[in-house]
Design a protein around this ligand. Structure first.
Ligand SMILES: C[S@@+](CC[C@H](N)C(=O)[O-])C[C@H]1O[C@@H](n2cnc3c(N)ncnc32)[C@H](O)[C@@H]1O
Length: 214
């Protein structure tokens, strides 16, 4: 129970999604078994939809972990696109490089090691999609830096924005997460009310904010 949807709803939605690639599905299973914080299946399906709708060919991602979502998005773009992804943990960065190599996607995915707060400004190029999936207290910084790099009509997708339901109700907030919750609520207010953006929050996975840059 993740306090977003009832388990039977999540299970039902996930069961509707067909697995496109056996090797990728095995990789996903291994990540889940290790308890790695990779995207939920239904979030992946939503990314697939947006990538196809926009005919996206360039994606920037904040938060690589071991590379699952960047490999997933690259494969959705049928290896014709480019994913630029940033990771601050050396251990995960090294592992992501190996995983990307095992899928033969080194030419399609650039992994940048280091803190995205410092490194996003150094990334060159413009992007159809930005996917924000890293330290939740810095979403506003990630968003502002990514928004400068978006193509017209680009979409910024922020994951985990309902954070186990805590963002939506004080009843679920645990003490040590108070700052994170405050920052995330401020972030959602910002992207929901600024006239430059159109945002909707979807109760998919751990909560997904989808923002069109007007
Ligand atoms: C939720 S995981 C990313 C999962 C990945 N997108 C996937 O679905 O396969 C978040 C990752 O972001 C990294 N991270 C957190 N804050 C960061 C920052 N400021 N800069 C770069 N990476 C960061 C963490 O080390 C972690 O590996």
């Amino acid at each position: 129970m993740d306090n977003i949807n009832r388990d039977y709803i999540d299970a039902y939605i996930q069961n509707l999604i067909k697995n496109e690639d056996e090797k990728l599905e095995n990789f996903r299973q291994q990540c889940v078994e290790r308890g790695l914080p990779i995207i939920h299946k239904e979030v992946g399906q939503y990314l697939r939809l947006v990538i196809n709708q926009l005919h996206a060919r360039s994606i920037i991602e904040v938060g690589t972990n071991v590379g699952y979502s960047s490999i997933f998005m690259s494969m959705v773009m049928k290896n014709e696109g480019k994913v630029v992804t940033l990771e601050r943990s050396e251990k995960f960065y090294e592992e992501a490089l190996k995983n990307i190599q095992s899928f033969n996607l080194e030419k399609n995915i650039d992994v940048h090691f280091g803190d995205a707060v410092e490194n996003l400004d150094k990334i060159e190029g413009t992007f159809d999609i930005a996917f924000i999936d890293a330290a939740k207290s810095y979403y506003r910084t990630f968003f502002d830096k990514c928004s400068m790099k978006m193509k017209s009509g680009g979409i910024i997708i922020s994951d985990n924005v309902l954070y186990q339901g805590m963002i939506a109700t004080d009843e679920l907030v645990v003490r040590r997460k108070k700052t994170l919750v405050r920052n995330m609520r401020n972030y959602l207010e910002y992207i929901s009310n600024d006239e430059r953006y159109i945002t909707t929050v979807l109760p998919l996975g751990d909560g997904l904010a989808v923002t069109l840059i007007k």
